[in-house]
Design a protein around this ligand. Structure first.
Ligand code: ZN
Length: 233
């Protein structure tokens, strides 16, 4: 992987540095030579780390850091539209209004969730849970050279938050045990509900995101029906 990345960096150098000596760059075959070291040691004055960073960040959709969290598809769509219709004032106004409306809806749902969690602390016949599947975790986390470049095993984690007690519970498994589809999510939820609410309240409120594969599908809907039909709720 490091080799591929370094080669990609070198290929970009060929394109952007008009004065570079191609033979000099292509002689860099040591995988351990990183882009930063290359620029620091480069004798050429025509390119430097700042120029490289500026071109990559401004002219390509390539970042230097992995985003710390995922972004909302609707927000992304509006932001792209804003960029596309820069010169059309009316269109721009319409997109901005829609984006603001969308953000208000999201904020409204967040407030609603906080209020319901607070309500569950005071009312005995109400339970509130929030759940979400975390980004897959590659394990083991080893930095030693040999292990660093080997393929990792994926670990999955479904976090469930109990609003009444304010406690979070993590359901973790690896890819060799089970997948991370709706069946697995439903199994975790059913286990959690049976273990934590042995004498269930009258109402159960559930908050989660709109992920179709894991949360918003017929398997999970069937789970809620099952709980209602078996008179758990
Ligand atoms: Zn959004």
């Amino acid at each position: 992987m490091a080799s591929g990345r370094d080669n990609a960096v070198k290929r970009k150098l060929f394109i952007y540095d008009k004065n570079s000596d191609k033979s000099d760059i292509s002689s860099e075959t040591d995988d351990s030579v990183r882009d930063k070291d290359y620029f620091n040691n480069s004798s050429s004055s025509s390119f430097n780390n700042n120029r490289y960073r500026r071109i990559f960040c401004s002219e390509y959709n390539i970042g230097f850091n992995i985003p710390t969290s995922d972004t909302c598809a609707t927000c992304d769509e509006y932001n792209i539209l804003l960029d596309t219709h820069k010169s059309d004032k009316n269109k721009l106004k319409e997109i901005k209004t829609n984006l603001k409306l969308h953000q208000r809806q999201a904020e409204g749902m967040q407030t609603n969730m906080k209020n319901e969690i607070q309500r569950s602390k005071n009312e005995n016949d109400l339970e509130v849970i929030c759940f979400d599947l975390q980004q897959a975790l590659p394990i083991p986390q080893l930095t030693v050279g040999k292990a660093f470049y080997l393929q990792k095993i994926w670990m999955y984690n479904l976090g469930i938050y109990d609003g009444k007690t304010g406690k979070s519970f993590m359901n973790m498994w690896t890819e060799d045990v089970a997948k991370r589809g709706s069946d697995e999510i439903a199994s975790c939820l059913l286990k959690f509900i049976k273990e934590h609410f042995p004498t269930p309240s009258k109402n159960l409120l559930v908050f989660t995101d709109n992920c179709g594969g894991q949360n918003k599908n017929w398997t999970i809907m069937t789970l809620w029906f099952h709980l209602v039909r078996s008179k758990v709720y």
